[in-house]
Design a protein around this ligand. Structure first.
Ligand code: PLP
Length: 485
């Protein structure tokens, strides 16, 4: 294309103010800042100019068609800009505690508590009885001690922070003895040796990867020792020829030498999961009962609450932690206090907890609930997909996730989608970029949608998203792959 032709095409482009006056764009000005809309118009016009300069011609022929194209692009750009970065994802992976998807879904009561705390003032740090300053932990400490049997409790931002605070307070500048088989790494660079270094404590490894005896700890104890640490290998298992020293054995040693014993449990289970067909996890109560001086666990793993690190244990040790300036830096906000209290209250009646806490409900859902749900979703999807995909129901295995119960296999049901015109990979990519975003699992050329992790009311939006993704023409840009509204 000659330069003359190009400048002829460029002359056909409307001016910025002309695009701004076109009705749909003028409508945007009622809800979006003028500067943002003007900038979007400029950006779209610039893009078209660059395409013309590159010899690609105009995106539409004719004055009205060109304006229509530009207006549509501006509306799309503004909508994309206004869309929240953090948004709802439909989790059809079957992984209940999906760390990348925010781990635990909160109970209705916890959601209401957050809403209450967000919409007005609360007595976060005010004792309403005395009218004096109170502790933000008061709302939850009593419930934690009642549930766990511990003397005192404290809550910080997450369990990594709990471990850091406990180690730093109790063993800063001293040695902490840990079994080699328990030097865990949790996702996101939480590694026991690194956290130990950060806390100012000195790691002393004892035993071997597969076997550690009480005598290994005994031999390592000296006047430099500050703490005996037991770490629950929450996200992996060492099986076969193994021997771990139990918390109870460590407590015996600790008493003999006057040393505190800490147990990092990872997941905080308050109820026995075995009756539900899940592998037995040590409960917080059991570890407290065994005599551990300090126990740390997460709020948003198996407990099913907000992100938090709960520290329960002996009063004098907890008092030292509460005075540590680090506690102020790691403190929880009012939403966490609100959601955690509501979650913990459900556990005061154990029978209620399993029915009220979404994580427990999802983990314990059986065939009788999952199979009909999958059949219903399949029926809905088949209607929406038309001839564009083959839909079936299959038995699959769901996972707990979140670095908890790594060996647990939960028999589940999934709706499978085999697209006729595109690959399962491409379907999955489009679903991920859609609105709402949908995450499933790919198995060969099938997209599996595990119903275990679907929330109430998500079937319709999920089916709509699949329909849109199947119908989006190849080569269309990703924003065309959205549901309106
Ligand atoms: C998950 C886990 C942690 C970290 O807990 P977060 O709440 O994710 O910070 C620490 N220790 C163990 C044993 C864990 O399983």
């Amino acid at each position: 294309m000659s330069d003359l032709n190009k400048s002829e095409l460029l002359r056909q482009l409307p001016a910025v103010h002309e695009v701004l006056q076109a009705p749909p764009v003028a409508g945007l000005l009622a809800v979006h800042p003028r500067a943002a809309v003007t900038e979007a118009v400029r950006a779209v016009l610039d893009r078209v100019r660059r395409q013309v300069a590159a010899g690609e011609g105009l995106p539409a022929a004719g004055e009205a068609e060109l304006l229509f194209f530009l207006v549509r692009e501006v509306v799309k750009a503004i909508e994309r800009e206004a869309r929240p970065n953090l948004r709802r994802v439909i989790n059809a992976t079957g992984v209940v505690l999906h760390t990348n998807l925010g781990r635990a879904v909160l109970s209705a009561k916890a959601q209401q508590a957050i809403q209450m705390a967000a919409s007005g003032y609360t007595n976060l740090e005010l004792n309403l009885e005395t009218g004096r300053r109170g502790s933000r932990y008061a709302a939850v400490e009593g419930i934690i001690t009642r549930l766990t049997g511990a003397e005192a409790a404290l809550v910080v931002n997450n369990n990594a922070a709990a471990v850091l605070l406990a180690l730093g307070t109790l063993a800063g500048g001293k040695e902490v003895i840990v079994s080699r088989g328990q030097l865990i790494e949790i996702g996101g660079s939480f590694r026991i040796p690194d956290v130990m270094r950060q806390s100012g404590a000195v790691l002393v490894e004892v035993g071997t990867t597969n076997k550690t005896y009480p005598d290994d700890y005994r031999r390592a104890i000296s006047e430099r020792t500050g703490l005996l640490l037991h770490v629950h290998t929450s996200n992996y298992r060492i099986v076969g020829f193994t021997r771990e020293t139990t918390v109870a054995e460590l407590v015996e040693l600790g008493r003999e030498f006057g040393l505190p014993v800490m147990s990092d449990l990872g997941s905080g289970v308050l109820i026995d999961l075995e009756p539900f067909g899940l592998p037995g996890e040590p409960t917080v109560q059991q570890v407290v009962e065994a005599g551990a001086d300090v126990v740390t666990f997460s709020g948003d793993k198996l407990l099913g609450g907000p992100q938090a690190g709960i520290i329960a244990g002996k009063k004098d040790l907890l008092a030292r932690m509460k005075k540590n300036p680090l506690t102020r830096a790691l403190r929880i906000d009012k939403f966490t206090v609100a959601a955690l209290e509501a979650t913990l209250r459900a556990y005061l009646d154990l029978a209620r907890a399993a029915g009220e806490i979404p994580v427990l409900k999802m983990l314990t859902a059986g065939k009788d609930a999952l199979e009909p749900r999958a059949r219903e979703l399949a029926r809905l999807l088949a209607g929406y997909a038309g001839g564009r995909a083959e839909i079936t129901v299959e038995q699959v295995i769901s996972r707990v996730g979140g670095g908890a119960l790594p060996t647990a296999e939960l028999p589940s049901f999934a709706v499978t989608v085999r697209p006729a015109d595109i690959s399962a990979e491409e379907l999955s990519r489009r679903l991920r970029k859609g609105n709402p975003a949908v995450l499933g699992r790919i198995q060969e050329d099938l997209l599996l949608l595990d119903v275990r992790t679907l929330q109430e009311g998500e079937d319709e939006p999920l089916a709509g998203a699949v329909k849109n993704a199947l119908e989006a023409d190849l080569g269309m840009d990703d924003d065309d792959n959205e549901q309106s509204g």
